[in-house]
Design a protein around this ligand. Structure first.
Ligand code: 5GP
Length: 346
């Protein structure tokens, strides 16, 4: 048994200290960033925000809505190959990752899409990125897709980040147990505070010319600024994007003035009973659900939410004196706090 006595931080444990800067307005803060990757020779430029490959938020409708912002969507893996190929064909620079797990059916689906069109970005997604089998799968995916931008995860520690980068990942997804509809920590006791996971994994990845995506745990736009401040190159969101018109959740309506108006929408973890019933014919005997199902208020089109996120980030950059996203971690000083904000009107 071993105890790590170093403090580990979540987004809620810190604030970003403001700094004197030459930026005169938030319009000078540029949230578009250009990347070169460790393995893929493709360059990518855009707003490095990614909708999670949960079937509720990782939708083609979300990808269409994200396009004007230059942001990305990890499409969920339950689309048929024709539909995926159609989206990829329609756009010269498709802003989507195609998602696979380690199972044969996913790889066959990917092969079926590749038979129809080029697949530039791939996301290999498992709940636990620590198995030898997963590392081998990342290596195989790289061998079979030498020039794809490959994202792989999830993990929360430096040594496993390094292993995935070396095995073939361009971007390592960081986060275990931090998700809004995740119950892994309750069920298993396993996890890692998200900000520290990002700081430690980013340091490991960057030394190897790899990148990291902070996945899970953002609850407000300020958390996204903190994730970039901790060294995240990309930030993935689930819960903050739930409940929008572009989502795949089921809508609940209420009657107002004789009309049916959308009131709330279901949102659930991909390891929840809801998801397992939908795609795997129920929860297998040997496992328990590690996700929950919630109803979130219906929020209309996602555009306004992305604008708020982008606006918050630009403002954060103005406070810290960062003209572009790459400068953000260099300009970030986190301060430990015991309260985030004034709660008098909560
Ligand atoms: P959020 O932005 O909602 O806090 O976190 C989204 C992330 O939660 C997803 O990208 C994924 O990594 C994780 N996640 C989604 N569904 C589940 C689940 O059922 N169980 C667990 N443990 N994590 C989940």
């Amino acid at each position: 048994m071993h105890i790590d006595l170093n403090p580990k931080l979540d987004f809620r444990d810190v604030l970003i200290r403001p700094k004197r800067s030459v930026l005169s307005s938030r319009f000078e803060a540029n949230i578009s960033r250009s990347f070169r990757f460790r393995h893929s020779s493709q360059a990518w430029t855009g707003f490095p925000l990614i909708a999670s490959n949960m079937d509720t938020v990782g939708t083609i409708e979300m990808a269409e809505a994200f396009r004007p912002f230059g942001a990305l969507v990890a499409l969920h893996k339950f689309y048929d190959p024709e539909r995926l190929a159609q989206y990829l064909d329609r756009h010269e620079n498709p802003n989507v990752f195609l998602t696979v797990g380690t199972g044969a059916a996913d790889w066959e689906r990917l092969a079926a899409v590749k038979a129809q069109t080029r697949v530039p970005m791939l996301n290999i997604d498992v709940a636990n990125g620590y198995t030898e089998n997963f590392v081998r799968a990342v290596g195989k995916l790289r061998d079979e897709n030498p020039d794809a931008i490959i994202m792989a995860g999830t993990v929360v520690t430096a040594e496993m980040t390094e292993a995935l980068v070396i095995a073939g990942a361009d971007i390592v997804r960081v986060g275990i147990g931090s998700g809004s509809v995740c119950t892994t920590r309750d069920l298993t006791g396993v996890g890692y505070p998200q900000l520290s996971a990002v700081i430690e994994c980013a340091d490991a990845a960057h030394g190897l010319k790899g990148h990291v995506c902070s996945d899970g745990g953002c609850t407000v736009p300020g958390d996204i600024a903190k994730a970039y401040g901790g060294g995240a190159d990309f930030v993935m969101l689930g819960g903050m994007l739930a409940g929008h018109a572009e989502c795949g959740g089921e809508l609940q309506y209420v009657e107002e003035d004789g009309r049916q108006v959308p009131k709330s929408m279901t949102f659930y973890g991909m390891s929840s009973e809801t998801a397992m019933n939908k795609y795997h014919g129920g929860v297998a005997d040997y496992r328990a659900a590690e996700g929950k199902t919630v109803a979130v208020p219906y929020r209309g089109e996602v555009r306004a939410t992305v604008e708020t996120i982008a606006g918050g980030l630009r403002s954060a950059m103005t406070y810290m004196g960062a003209e572009n996203l790459k400068e953000v971690p260099k300009r970030t000083t986190f301060i430990l706090v015991n309260a985030q904000r004034n709660t008098v009107f909560d």
